[in-house]
Design a protein around this ligand. Structure first.
Ligand code: SF4
Ligand code: SF4
Length: 166
């Protein structure tokens, strides 16, 4: 990813944090934008906002190791308020085939919630149709085999008709 980024670094990076969904599908509304001209620095700030140590993120650590980011030079201009209790995906500090299989199973059983539409709150605005990256939702009906559980639909639904459930 670092090498791809370096082929043509963007002139500016803007991260929309008006509404965000965590790993459990819980929606928060920080009402923030994070913007910068160094994508690694923007990632660094987003990690801090999520309440995780930036160097625990492999791409940020690689950028530091490659000399593309000096953490002590990251300058935050504007209000900074970390999100409390932001749930990150399950992460294992070491990987073996068995750990990966067990982790995936636990993830499916306990954490992987699916979006569910409350039809009584749906106004058929189609915002979810337009945002869904896998074209899995149409007018409030979800094709679950196609859904990748990204929760983008939860973020954009203006009536909070979609929730993440086990
Ligand atoms: S975004 Fe919400 S209100 Fe709009 S169509 Fe989808 S479920 Fe219905
Ligand atoms: S969770 Fe993501 S993939 Fe699934 S229906 Fe919503 S927007 Fe589409």
């Amino acid at each position: 990813m670092i090498e791809i980024y370096n082929i043509r670094p963007p002139d500016i990076i803007i991260v929309d944090l008006l509404h965000v969904a965590d790993a459990r599908g819980k929606i928060r509304s920080p009402g923030m934008l994070v913007a910068g001209t160094n994508g690694h620095a923007v990632d660094y700030v987003c990690a801090l906002l999520a309440g995780i140590h930036p160097l625990a993120v492999s791409t940020i650590r690689a950028a530091v190791d490659e000399g593309m980011l000096q953490p002590d030079t990251v300058d935050i201009d504007g209000p900074f308020k970390p999100l409390s209790g932001f749930t990150m995906p399950v992460w294992f500090p070491f990987r073996t085939t068995i750990v990966e299989h067990v982790g995936r199973l636990l993830y499916r059983l306990w954490l992987r919630r699916k979006p569910v539409v409350d039809k009584t709150r749906c106004t058929h605005c189609l915002a979810c149709d337009h945002v869904c990256p896998s074209n899995a939702i149409h007018n409030g009906d979800i094709n679950y085999p196609a859904c990748i559980k990204c929760y983008c639909c939860l973020e954009v639904c203006p009536t909070q008709a979609i929730t993440a459930r086990l």
